[in-house]
Ligand binder design. Structure first.
Ligand SMILES: Nc1ncnc2c1ncn2[C@@H]1O[C@H](COP(=O)(O)OP(=O)(O)O)[C@@H](O)[C@H]1O
Ligand SMILES: [Mg+2]
Length: 464
């Protein structure tokens, strides 16, 4: 069942229940009130009859006359008065309206009267009262019965009114709720249709927000925000792929053209050696590029897919100098650790050692290759909650317009490509790894003087 029908049905059911309770309450209270009222009148009639019988010049005819002449609301009434003589009751007054059902004293009534002096009884659609009373020296029983035709008519009219009110109210509320539900679900259907028609081909399309104040407006606006993020990530990915293909194609084209040129005619051994060496350089560049791309792919997953353990950053840094020396004998890494006295857990981070090493190595390698002296100064410090690795160099610094770009894949700011070799992927990878470890990279730099890259990582909580 659709939401529209469910809303309509639920609300109508609730309204029906409320109406049913209301109508029943009105009818029951009215009915009780009419019954009480009628019984009071019967009681009054019986008491009056008893008083009149007690008067000195009471006569049958006089009492009958009173009953006939007074326009009473008791319809088709029947009145009996019995007098007790020696355990027996003899009728002393009898009166019946036209159309009345004659009333007679029965044994059952006597038994009940012995228990209580007054009671009401129902006989078909007529109601009656029986009273035992001492009039003069003798016991008397007064019986009065009548038909409450007015109440019956009144109650039947009330029933008709309530039934009409009940069904028309349900019809009206059904209509209103249906209209309301249609309006709500139409907005939801619109959003669903619009979302259905958005694909990767028209990701720039956005949902119509309308006034945007209600929940549906918020939903549309949130879907739009999600589309913004998706579009941005699609664009990044597209840029990444086109950059990656370009970077991969460049050395390959260079290899092919060098070989073409070499094959055009017979060449000396020396010339072949030169070509092979140059091709080897291009191949090395290709291999490095592919390795970096692979590492980026690995670091791009969620932390859930990566093996984590407690990593001692000081130990990682310790193996850097020899590793960097292997790239070039000119490079030098100088380590300086904060005094950590007897706390050997101060430099622990919860993360992946291989990824963290790769991130720090990239920064240190950059410092060595971009600085004039080829020396990277690495300083390791800690606070109660974090560990900081600072890598300082006296290189060319980074121009302000490049600040935001250096962490993007394939960006290379330092325009001496031939002198300083690189892929432009190192900092992109480092940034991804540090984010994965919930850390931050802060860069302090001055053009012409040098740069300091600061990696701040949260300390391993279990070891802190
Ligand atoms: N220590 C540094 N000093 C000056 N510029 C730097 C430094 N580190 C990075 N950069 C700039 O950021 C760019 C991107 O760095 P990176 O992603 O490591 O690529 P690559 O090292 O392959 O050039 C570099 O090309 C360079 O312009
Ligand atoms: Mg680099």
């Amino acid at each position: 069942m659709g939401i529209k029908n469910r809303i309509t049905l639920t609300f109508t059911l609730i309204i029906t229940l409320i109406l049913l309770l209301l109508c029943s309450a009105v009818y029951i209270f009215s009915y009780r009130d009419r019954v009480d009222h009628f019984r009071q009148r019967l009681d009054g009639k019986a008491s009056n009859t008893a008083i009149l019988i007690n008067t000195k010049d009471f006569s049958d005819d006089m009492l009958s006359m009173v009953n006939e002449s007074v326009i009473s609301s008791l319809m088709r009434k029947s009145i009996r008065v019995y007098q007790q003589t020696d355990d027996k009751y003899y009728p002393i007054f009898t009166y019946d309206d036209d159309g009345a059902t004659p009333l007679n004293l029965q044994n059952g009534m006597l038994k009940l009267l012995a228990k209580k002096k007054k009671f009401f009884f129902e006989d078909g659609s007529r109601t009656g009262i029986a009273i035992e009373k001492k009039i003069g020296q003798k016991n008397h029983i007064v019986l009065v019965s009548a038909y409450d035709e007015k109440s019956e008519l009144w109650l039947s009219q009330l029933r008709t009114i309530l039934i009409i009110f009940f069904f028309s109210s349900i019809a009206v509320s059904l209509g209103i709720v249906y209209m309301f539900a249609t309006r709500i679900t139409a907005s939801i259907s619109n959003i669903s249709d619009e979302v259905y028609h958005i694909s990767s081909a028209n990701l720039s399309q956005r949902l119509y927000i309308g006034e945007g104040k209600d929940e549906l407006g918020k939903l549309a606006s949130n879907v739009n925000k999600l589309l913004d993020k998706l579009q941005a990530s699609f664009d990044t990915q597209r840029r990444f792929i086109s950059n990656a293909s370009h970077e991969l194609a460049t050395p390959l084209t260079s290899i092919i053209s060098q070989m073409d040129v070499a094959l055009q005619k017979e060449r000396t051994n020396e010339e072949y050696r030169k070509v092979i060496n140059s091709v080897k350089d291009d191949m090395r560049r290709l291999a490095l590029l592919l390795k970096s791309l692979l590492e980026i792919a690995k670091a791009s997953g969620s932390p859930g897919g990566i093996e984590l353990s407690t990593v001692r950053i000081d130990e990682l840094l310790m193996s850097l100098p020899a590793d960097i020396k292997r790239i070039s004998q000119l490079y030098d890494v100088r380590l300086d650790f904060d005094d950590f006295a007897d706390d050997d857990t101060a430099f622990c981070v919860y993360g992946n050692p291989a990824l963290l090493y790769s991130a720090l190595r990239n920064i240190v390698h950059n410092a060595c290759k971009f600085s004039r002296t080829k020396i990277a100064y690495v300083y390791l410090g800690f606070t109660d909650t974090h560990i900081t690795v600072s890598v300082q160099d006296d290189g060319p610094g980074i121009a302000p317009e490049d600040y935001d770009l250096i962490f993007q894949p394939f960006f290379r700011g330092y325009k001496q490509d031939n002198l300083i070799y690189g892929t432009g992927l190192g900092l992109a990878l480092t940034h991804r790894i540090v984010s994965l470890h919930k850390g931050q990279i802060v860069v302090d730099t001055e053009v012409g003087k040098g740069s300091t890259f600061r990696v701040v990582l949260p300390r391993d909580e279990n070891k802190a």
